[in-house]
Ligand binder design. Structure first.
Ligand SMILES: [Zn+2]
Length: 499
């Protein structure tokens, strides 16, 4: 190809020129044709600049609508590649590009995107949500800023320092409402940099702070709490079982029902067997399979149902496991390791599932299995039961409340706060503060009182950071796609592009 226009403009002074200095060949990568890589051999020109005052005497004819300056690819192919990088990242983008006929490497894609990318200047939204996200959990955190009305990410910041956030807020003024967590950093930044904005404490974070405070208030009583769980009333173990949900309760109930039905059938078969009836006649009478009748009659004890075909590989070790269970060993990983030593090849989960079926047989609350370890319930679980008012835990909780009026008072106060946040009961807030002053939750209350306006706003306004959590999930997805060459700038580009 060659260029055909008569006039070219100097890129420095803008003067048009018709005087050609020389010609040369440029090789440009272009979009593929039918999957075949395409290169354009472009015969292009250099011109003299005729403006005497211009510092440029000779210039290359600019082709800004087709090829970037100094570029080796046409603009349209560069744009296509940039999108592949934004959506897929460097390596995956390059793989797709090569499949389509654009020969490029991952590093080139990333370099090109970094070189070209300029994010559009962002305007601050009317309702701004600020939260943190983990770059690496427990080590390094960043800040995410969202438009809560239009549900999109506005910007990412590389850390969660007050200075960084205030700097952003100063550069992007205009937010009327700032919704943020209960951490002091964002509150401080918003107060300093956006004093006109209404601050809203996030309700979810308020409730999380509440449960932390309640946990701290209950911790000194842990001995009492543990004693109540151990105290041998029939309800306490039920609480513990509910607190450690390994099998969902409905599944347990269904399993129990099935087992009872099967057990009654087993007993019926045995009874008929003792009267001397033949296998076939028992099978006919009870409408059972012939093989089932045989199995029941041959078995010395009630054969438990096989819940999973994979569990079959545990069966050769059943006697050993039963024996260990009866000795009171209930640690699944330990039992699994013991089986491995005996040549068992299955995974831990298979043993766990097998034992779970078996445990219906050795219910934790009866004396069938001698219990070494007392049932344990953590303070965190108790906090959960108190705030959620779990029906299964009520008997246990009442027992604790009777034993300690102090715990009862703290719990009632926490439940009331939980209720008033969830029901947005603003008038109840002042009495709550008064009531909390003299209790173990006083520290939490005074901390809240310092942020009172934001707490009240949380009860009046509808905005919450829940959607930001969703945005953080999206961000994590992109972050994990970018292992290896992930830099903050690329992550930010990709997240903002997807918003
Ligand atoms: Zn010029």
């Amino acid at each position: 190809m060659r260029t055909s226009r008569l006039l070219a403009c100097c890129p420095v002074c803008g003067t048009g020129s018709r005087r050609v200095h020389s010609r040369y060949l440029r090789k440009l990568g272009d979009l593929p044709w039918e999957g075949i890589p395409v290169a354009i051999q472009l015969r292009t020109r250099k011109f003299f600049c005729d403006d005497e005052l211009c510092r440029r005497h000779i210039f290359t004819e600019p082709l800004s609508s087709t090829v970037p300056r100094y570029g080796r690819r046409t603009l349209r192919s560069v744009e296509a590649l940039d999108w592949m990088t934004l959506v897929l990242g460097g390596q995956a983008g390059a793989r797709l590009a090569r499949k389509l006929g654009l020969l490029v490497t991952g590093s080139t894609l990333l370099r090109q995107l970094r070189h070209r990318a300029q994010c559009k200047p962002l305007a601050a939204p009317r309702v701004l949500g600020i939260d943190d996200w983990a770059w690496r959990k427990g080590h390094r955190y960043g800040t995410i800023l969202c438009d809560l009305e239009n549900r999109r990410v506005i910007d990412l910041l590389p850390d969660r320092e007050a200075a960084t956030v205030s700097a952003w807020l100063v550069q992007h003024p205009g937010s009327e409402i700032v919704s943020r967590d209960r951490g002091g950093i964002y509150a401080q930044a918003a107060r300093a940099a956006a004093p006109g904005a209404i601050q809203v404490a996030d309700r979810w974070h308020l409730l999380r702070n509440l449960s932390e405070a309640l946990k701290n208030a209950l911790s000194p009583h842990h001995r009492l709490l543990a004693q109540a769980a151990r105290s041998g009333t029939s309800e306490a173990p039920a609480v513990v079982a509910a607190a450690q949900p390994s099998v969902p309760p409905w599944e347990l109930r269904a399993q129990q029902r099935n087992r009872e039905r099967r057990f009654s059938r087993y007993e019926e078969v045995r009874r008929l067997g003792q009267t001397g009836a033949s296998h076939a006649s028992i099978a006919r009478q009870l409408d059972l399979d012939h093989r089932t009748v045989c199995k029941f009659l041959r078995a010395g004890t009630f054969p438990e149902a096989q819940r999973s075909p994979r569990s079959g590989i545990v069966d050769p070790y059943a006697d050993y496991l039963d024996q260990r269970l009866e000795q009171g060993h209930r640690n699944v990983s330990k039992l699994w390791r013991e089986l491995r030593e005996q040549g068992f090849t299955g995974q831990l989960n298979i043993v766990r599932r097998w034992l779970r079926c078996r445990r219906g047989y050795y219910p934790t609350s009866t004396a069938a299995a001698p219990r070494k370890a007392a049932p344990r319930i953590s303070v965190r679980q108790i906090v959960w039961h108190i705030l959620k008012e779990t029906p299964a835990a009520q008997v246990y909780l009442q027992q604790i409340y009777q034993a300690s009026p102090q715990i009862s008072a703290i719990s009632n106060l926490a439940m009331e706060f939980f209720r008033l946040i969830r029901q947005r009961d603003l008038p109840a807030l002042t009495p709550w503060f008064e009531a909390a002053k003299t209790t173990a939750l006083a520290g939490f209350a005074s901390h809240l009182a310092r942020d009172r306006e934001a707490v009240e706003a949380a009860l009046m306004l509808l905005f919450s950071l829940f959607q930001v959590e969703g945005q953080v999930h999206g961000l994590k997805l992109v972050k994990r796609q970018m292992y290896g060459r992930a830099g903050f700038d690329l992550l930010r580009l990709r997240v903002l592009q997807s918003a």
